[in-house]
Design a protein around this ligand. Structure first.
Ligand SMILES: [Zn+2]
Length: 300
């Protein structure tokens, strides 16, 4: 009799902890989710939203499902709470089932987030990247120059080849005023669709420079991809856009004609025929003037 009441006391405490745990972890899951959505909503610019989603979304959803599965384990541990007396085997079986239940919820969710969800996220990110940008000065819709996914630039300051990762620059221009906005996208972070399994889990594992770019000439780069899901590999060759501005900055360190702290403005124009032209200017005023005149110049 003495023993049974001690066991009942233990069971009572155990169930109380499980109820508190179930509610507590459920609240933590909901808070994680809401907090993420609020922080995302605080980013107004499409580029800021893009970066935030890419860096935080999957990690936050994983956290949400981990809390949720712990909550599920606690709920299962309260099964039969009011009717069943303490029995060590029943107690152990229930713990085992609760762990299995939590694992089922948690592991399934993690698999989905790891392999299937990037496809959905890719569509969202692509939409954000190509949403027309607005000129903050006058509210005009800007236009994206040269949608050239095949040309890459190199991460500045990274000289050792094993550390080099390519980047893409998107250049948005307000053609009425010449206002430009440049956005940087690291090439190695974006997952591509795998030809083999179809998931967006193909990621750059290594980049290799075949021919380094010079100020006069484009270089060649090979990106080696591997699918995180099916492990199939792919290699693709890319152009490295010649990087004349670093040379330029080194030879003109004091040059600042309009006092805005701008050393050089580079505009890249891709014609409808696929030809690429790069124009460089010493000030935004010159670039503005050029863009105004470029509109009137017949192509050729
Ligand atoms: Zn694959």
């Amino acid at each position: 009799m003495e023993e049974s009441s001690a066991a009942d006391g233990f069971l009572y405490v155990w169930h109380t902890i499980m109820i508190i745990g179930a509610v507590g972890f459920l609240i933590m899951a909901i808070v994680t989710f809401i907090q993420y959505k609020v922080r995302l909503a605080a980013h107004k610019e499409p580029k800021d939203k893009y970066d935030f989603i890419r860096n935080h979304e999957i990690r936050n959803y994983k956290r949400f499902f981990i809390f949720l599965s712990i909550s599920v384990a606690c709920i299962i541990n309260t099964y039969g709470m009011s009717s069943i007396e303490f029995h060590i085997i029943w107690f152990a079986v229930r713990i085992f089932i609760s762990l299995a239940g939590a694992l089922l919820v948690g592991y399934t969710a993690l698999l989905i987030l790891q392999y299937y969800y990037p496809t959905i996220m890719h569509k969202k990110l692509k939409k954000l990247r190509y949403t027309p940008r607005i000129n903050p000065e006058n509210g005009h819709e800007m236009r994206l120059l040269g949608e050239h996914e095949e040309d890459v630039h190199l991460e500045e300051g990274m000289q050792a080849e094993e550390n080099i990762f390519s980047v893409d620059y998107d250049v948005w221009v307000d053609e009425s005023t010449g206002y430009t906005k440049i956005e940087k996208y690291p090439g190695h972070l974006e997952a591509l669709q795998c030809n083999n399994c179809g998931f967006y889990t193909m990621k750059v594992v290594r980049e290799e420079i075949i021919e380094p770019p010079t100020p006069e000439k484009d270089g060649e780069l090979i990106k080696h991809y591997q699918c995180e899901y099916c492990k199939s590999i792919r290699a693709t060759q890319f152009h490295i856009v010649r990087d004349s501005y670093q040379n330029w900055a080194a030879s003109h360190p004091q040059h600042d004609p309009d006092g805005k702290g701008i050393g050089m403005v580079r505009i890249e124009i891709i014609t409808t025929g696929g030809e690429r032209r790069i124009f460089e200017f010493q000030s935004t005023d010159q670039a503005e003037k050029f863009l105004g005149e470029y509109e009137n110049t017949p192509a050729g």
